[in-house]
Design a protein around this ligand. Sequence first.
Ligand SMILES: [Zn+2]
Ligand SMILES: [Zn+2]
Length: 111
Amino acid sequence: MIKVQVLTQCEHCNGEAYLPMGEAEDCQGHKYTRHVPCLICDGSGNEPKWVSLDDFAKLLRQAACPHNHTSYQGSMRFNAGDVWDDIQEVCDDCGAILDGQTLGDLTHDEN
Ligand SMILES: [Zn+2]
Ligand SMILES: [Zn+2]
């Protein structure tokens, strides 16, 4: 069977890239969930994977999809004074995760 190698969502962290590592408190005493980069994908959320041509065809469909219907998944995180988020834009039609602006970029107004 012919297989092709692609970068796919890390199965260890489900593409989250960061995994919860218990609770901690920030300097104001607010509890938050600590996250550390996934060891398997090194915080990228992706891992190389050999897929069958069927699966590859599915990925091609995702690549060809115009992504007309999308929604945001994820949440803002506050960590020791830093604010970041793992919000991803996900296509409702094909399930592809889109590399678009995150909510953090959209609300960035420090300039
Ligand atoms: Zn991972
Ligand atoms: Zn799509």
